[in-house]
Design a protein around this ligand. Structure first.
Ligand code: FES
Length: 160
């Protein structure tokens, strides 16, 4: 009998399920006039897209909203990210790699984040902590690779 470790993403939706990137616009609710003055038109709420790739090359397109942390979005989507400290920047188990084209759009990492990344074997200039990245309109379509060590392993017994 042997032990094999794999990542179970069956509950997640592969990107191939979508024919094109999804971008939803929720129309603003018609608000009644107050003292004869219309409320400002905020243009509705639109969702952003976050593209998460796993080490095996599979790509997942997650809906994202401005102001949410990337780690929370990945978790809400159903991908098994460890993120053991819940976003407190103490565990580094939400390690992601950001392609060069996107790095300049991200805010610089804090000293605290850099200190955590120094503890991650194999971390390099592409490394960031997903819990320290906040989605903004400028990051719509952000691509990143979820590090294999940041995935919750699921163990099954295989006869053999
Ligand atoms: S969740 Fe622990 S450092 Fe990001």
């Amino acid at each position: 009998m042997s032990i094999e470790t794999f990542i179970d993403t069956r509950s997640s939706r592969p990107a191939e399920a979508f024919e094109r990137p999804r971008r939803h616009v929720i129309p603003a609710v018609e608000a009644p006039l107050q003292n004869g003055v219309s409320p400002p038109d905020d243009g509705g709420t639109s969702f952003l897209t976050l593209n998460v790739r796993l080490h095996d090359g599979s790509l997942f397109k997650c809906e994202a909203a401005e102001g949410f942390r990337v780690m929370e979005l990945i978790r809400a989507y159903g991908l098994p990210i460890k993120a053991e400290c819940g976003g407190a920047c103490v565990c580094a188990t939400c390690h992601v790699r950001v392609p060069e084209a996107w790095r300049a759009l991200l805010p610089a990492p804090s000293d605290e984040e850099l200190a955590r990344l120094d503890e991650v074997p194999g971390a390099d200039d592409s490394s960031r902590l997903a819990c320290q990245i906040e989605m903004t309109d400028a990051l719509d379509g952000l691509e990143l690779v979820l590090d294999r060590d940041s995935l919750v392993p699921q163990t099954i017994w295989v006869a053999g």
